[in-house]
Structures are given as C-alpha cells and as structure tokens.
Design a protein around this ligand. Structure first.
Ligand SMILES: [Zn+2]
Length: 258
C-alpha cells in the first residue's frame, strides 16, 4: 500500500509502526498510533472494530484488551473523533464504530487538542477519600473480590457523573469513585442501556429494607455509606495481623449464622 508523506514520522517510519516518539526514548502511545492508522486507512462513513485496531497497531495482546480498547476510543473522542457505536447508530453491529468526524492524528499538521477535563492528582485523592475508596455504583471496595467471584480484585478509578466525552468537568461535584468494571467509558460502550422495566423488576425482588436503602440512594442521587459500610472500611484498613485479630473478634460477636 502507498502512503502519502504525512503517514511517515520525521524518522521515516509509519506513525502506527513507531515504538518510541521520533528522536526520544519515550514510548509512542497506542492512542496516537490508532488515530494515525484510522486516518490513513479509513475515510468518513467507514466503520472499524476494536479488533481491527488491535491487529493493526499490534499492541498489548489479547489480555485485558477490552479495557485498553475502551480507553483508546475514549482518547480518540477527546481528540475530536466522532465515532458512534451501536448505542447511537442502530444499524451498526456490537463492537463496530462509524467514523463521522476525523479528529486529530499524528501527521495532520494541527496541534493535539488540550485535555480540559483531566482530573488533577489532588482532586483525585479528595474523591477517593470522600467516597471511602469504594465504587459508588456497585459498592465494591478497593482490592476486594467481586461478589461470587473469589480471587477477583476490584481496582478503583475516578469517573465522571456527566461523562467528559460530553463536556463534564473534572471537578469534585462531577466526580465519584468507580471500579474498573463500572467506570463510565466501559458503561458508555456496553451497548444498549438497561430498560427501566428490568430495573424495577429486579428491585421488586429485593427485601423491604433493601428497597428503602435503594430509594434513599436514588433520592440523594448517589450511593451513601452507612455506619456498617464505615466500620467495614475501617476494618479493611487494618494491618494484616490486626485484621486477623479483629476478624476473630467480629466473628465471635456475630455468633452463629456467619
Ligand atoms: Zn463497580
């Protein structure tokens, strides 16, 4: 395939085949490679899949690829690419994206857009502290196993209430702790949203006091931590030896039925 001169970096290598940024030892980011590959292989209205990108830019293997792919698409959107999925364009297949606007890419001759919604380290640590390092969507705590999945380990991230893809700011009021599974880019790519009927059906199966707690979270607009959650968080912060001691005391306190 013949490529125009702009497809090559200053060292004569195609952008998407670079390992390091030209003239430096710095890794050349896969988002940049993806943008360049799309720009020089696709045109407006074409579709692509994350699998196609993965093969084209040959990075990070199969493992964990979904998470990486979502991050890459998100960065493309920040860089001005409009690439709707099946969520917005019904005749697309799941995992397919249509190129409606070509955004920034290496070789385009423009400066890369600034990331306005980035969350500073200070704000990030404030959010983690405020939310007790616990996912505000599913409730899993940092480093805990997901319910019913022993051996799994939840990792926390800070997510936007109003997605930064839609201009949501990186400010305290628009941020909350989310685990990697519930995090907003994953949510926004997971295909069609849930139907309200399904949610109500699931709520009907809850116990009465659970429904009350649920209703209080819904009316406050976020999942609040009660005294029980707080004691559990404090327990989890104990050093391993202290935790063992607290564990046996707590099990004694609870008596039978644990
Ligand atoms: Zn979660």
């Amino acid at each position: 395939m013949e490529y125009p001169p702009a497809a090559y970096a200053s060292n004569g290598i195609l952008w998407w085949e670079l390992k390091t940024a030209p003239g430096t030892a710095q890794r050349f980011g896969s988002e940049r490679k993806a943008a360049a590959w799309l720009a020089f292989h696709k045109k407006l209205g074409d579709t692509f899949t994350t699998e196609e990108l993965r093969l084209a830019i040959g990075v990070d293997g199969k493992r964990n690829d979904n998470e990486h792919a979502q991050r890459r698409l998100r960065q493309l959107r920040k860089d001005g690419w409009e690439i709707p999925s099946v969520k917005y364009v019904r005749d697309l297949k799941v995992g397919e994206y249509r190129i409606d606007t070509i955004g920034w890419y290496p070789g385009c001759g423009r400066e890369r857009p600034k990331n306005r919604s980035a969350v500073s380290a200070r704000i990030r640590s404030m959010v983690l502290k405020r939310d007790g390092s616990r996912c505000q969507i599913c409730g899993v705590g940092d480093g805990e196993a997901y319910p019913g999945e022993p051996g799994s380990k939840a990792a926390m991230t800070v997510g936007h209430l109003v997605s930064d893809d839609f201009g949501g700011p990186g400010e305290l009021g628009n941020l909350r702790v989310e685990c990697a599974r519930c995090n907003e880019p994953v949510r926004s790519e997971r295909g069609m949203p849930e139907s309200p009927l399904d949610v109500i059906y699931a709520a009907r199966l809850l116990k009465r006091d659970q429904v009350r707690r649920l209703a209080s979270w819904v009316s406050k607009g976020s999942r609040t931590r009660d005294a029980l959650d707080e004691v559990y968080d404090r327990y989890r912060k104990l050093a391993p030896g202290d935790r063992n001691q607290a564990r046996s005391e707590l099990l004694k306190l609870a008596g039978d039925g644990v």
